[in-house]
Design a protein around this ligand. Structure first.
Ligand code: PHE
Length: 369
């Protein structure tokens, strides 16, 4: 009797003092486990006389129920306390401001290309593209650069390793080889990646990457050009001038751009010119459409008869004009970016400053967003 009472007091005291669930489980095993103290007492009932058993049975069973009951209560208390602790610790504070989310932006060069394409698209141009790695024939020979002529070095060309036949491909030095691809497709119907496949008249613009071995504030080894090519039966310099002037005034969103054509030389156009637009540099940055300074914006000319012949077109029937813009350069002028090299440095701060939102409102001048 006394032993059972002492055991009960002792076990209950241990249960009350158990600091955590593991300690409580250890007490349960030592009391109620297979060879626990209470389990041993229960086993001893079998060896007792019936009278003894009648007396001891309820006492031992009562002890077991009391200890097991208290252990279960303590366990439930501990679980509830743990849940309260977690609820307090893991509470979501809905009043906290959300962490800032970095959003990507459209690179100025891509924005400018889109603006340019949309202006030319309204004038009836479609888009053609060609590969960055180009044959020497398309980049030079078909464009009337004489073979072995130093003009091939003029562009600071990146040459690829020669193939078995000794031909060296090049990283295209300009987008002009796509003129050749577009015109020759009319006869050959091959390169499927050229977007246009129409007979003349041809009206295409060619946005793309170009490469020259050069690097300073206004030159990078990779840059972007947009070529234009128009071929038809009665095309003259007047059409070229109107097209470029109209484009410039829409691109810079100013009326009355004053331009001049300066004679120049390109092997693939005759006559050739560079177009300058009047601008004002007095305030530090360049303002188009005012002032008395001149700014070179585009190389152009009438497509050379040799180029037409090299592309299977009869120069007695077809003529046309071509032009080549520096896309990054136009972007620098329009959006006031001082150093071309920044455009390709990949600095997220620069992109955050000069980049464009992909969800911007449509630009009223171009209809582009
Ligand atoms: N391809 C010339 C250049 O890169 C530009 C140009 C294109 C000139 C078309 C005339 C006609 O400098």
């Amino acid at each position: 009797m006394t032993d059972l009472n002492t055991l009960k007091t002792d076990l209950i005291a241990q249960v009350e003092a158990a600091p955590d669930a593991a300690a409580l489980e250890a007490i349960r095993i030592s009391a109620l486990g297979k060879s626990g103290q209470i389990s041993e007492l229960l086993k001893s009932l079998g060896k007792m006389s019936p009278d003894e058993r009648r007396e001891q049975g309820p006492l031992i069973n009562g002890l077991r129920d009391a200890v097991a009951g208290r252990i279960a209560e303590r366990k439930a208390e501990m679980e509830a306390a743990e849940l309260d602790r977690r609820l307090a610790a893991e509470r979501v504070d809905l009043s906290l401001p959300a962490p800032p989310r970095r959003r990507g932006s459209v690179h100025p060069t891509m924005q400018v290309m889109d603006e340019m394409v949309s202006i030319f698209a309204e004038m009836g141009f479609s888009v053609a593209e060609g590969p960055d790695i180009e044959t020497d024939f398309n980049n030079f020979t078909a464009l009337n650069f004489p073979p072995k002529h130093p003009a091939r070095e003029m562009h600071d060309t990146f040459f690829m390793a020669a193939d078995e036949a000794g031909d060296r491909k090049v990283l295209r030095t300009h987008t002009s080889p796509v003129q050749v691809r577009v015109m020759r497709q009319i006869n050959e119907k091959v390169p499927a990646w050229v977007a246009t496949g129409q007979e003349p008249p041809i009206r295409v613009v060619v946005p793309g990457r170009t490469y020259r071995c050069d690097s300073d504030a206004t030159h990078t080894p990779m840059f972007h050009q947009m070529e234009g090519l128009v071929i038809d039966k009665a095309v003259h310099m007047g059409h070229l001038k109107w097209t470029l002037e109209t484009f410039i005034s829409r691109f810079f969103e100013t009326e009355g751009v004053v331009s001049r054509f300066r004679p120049h030389h390109f092997p693939f156009t005759e006559p050739s010119a560079e177009m300058d637009v009047q601008c004002d540099r007095s305030g530090g940055d360049i303002k188009i459409g005012q002032g008395t300074d001149w700014l070179e914006v585009v190389g152009c000319g009438m497509v050379h008869p040799n180029v037409l012949r090299n592309c299977g077109l009869d120069p007695e029937v077809w003529q046309g004009f071509a032009f080549g813009f520096g896309v990054d350069r136009l972007g620098m002028l329009k959006y006031g970016m001082p150093d071309l090299r920044d455009m390709f440095a990949g600095d997220a701060r620069w992109l955050g400053h000069y980049g464009f939102s992909p969800f911007a409102m449509p630009n009223p001048a171009t209809g582009l967003s």
